[in-house]
Write a protein that binds this ligand. Sequence first.
Ligand code: UDP
Ligand code: MG
Length: 317
Amino acid sequence: MNKPTLAIIIPCFNEELCIEKTVEKLFVVLNSLIKKNKINSDSYLYLVDDGSSDTTWEIIKKLHSSNNLVKAQKFIRNYGNQKALIAGLEGVREIGCDCVVSIDADLQQDEWAIEKFVDEYMNGFDIVSGIRNDRKTDSVFKKTTALMFYKLMNLLGVKIPVNHSDYRLISRKALELMSQYHENALFLRGFFHELGLKTAYVHFDVKQRMAGKSKFNFVKLMELSLNGITSFSIVPLRFITVLGFLMALFGFIVGVEAVFEKIFHNNAPNGMATTIILLCVFGGIQLFCIGIIGEYVGQVFREVKARPRYIKETELK
Ligand code: UDP
Ligand code: MG
């Protein structure tokens, strides 16, 4: 295989404190790989400004004017990290590259793992997934919820490894396949798993955020995980059917038992408390199930409108 042209995509949302340093550090990696003859010298960076309200875009413009290997695109508003990644992938597909790596703007992921990604690509893997060695830098809350999410996804039949991340390399082939998936809220971690292409895993260390604050909050993380579940598994819907059946069966048996007691023992069951508890429990379960169905209806609603995934304001190629 010829040495590849590598593109690195970086989603940026209000990253004025990080972006310059990040670009500099990534060029050190690119130049080292070029020197080692592992990638082509036209390998480049592709930044996606996800509607930042700070000076991120001004900095990007400056970087682009001093170095043409910094390419970029700007959204008209904030669409979220997944959309920025998708835009990056679509952008570099158009510009051209043999493989593409996505990495965060705060460079929390060890950027030197890119060399291992490229090695695995040269070994014939179409997808090289970065797996975090640990979650030392995450809060206890984020650690627990992330673990719960991956366990739940596995339980629901989407077998993505725990501590998976959006730090990965994908080949041109995977990029081309992506263009056939038109769903609006494409969940990349599930999608690349579902493609079933040859996948290698590379472990990397997680560092502290270089500067600034995390751009993810609880609501954004919940949205991401709910989208992951509803776009890749219908097991929760089946679960509701089974649950409903079991509850009906239970009600039927209790009913038969009550009639039996009345006829043969003349002993009508009483118990206000039991009635209230059962009412609340079953009422709660029903609302919970309607909520789950609602998530899927919401997913259908969002997809059926077929709105554009994002709107590009400008692009610097
Ligand atoms: N990000 C984005 N849009 C958003 C939120 C985040 O493009 O709405 C980018 C952000 O600039 C960074 C990456 O996604 O490059 C990961 O975000 P962050 O580091 O804040 O998340 P964390 O590491 O805390 O999970
Ligand atoms: Mg981060």
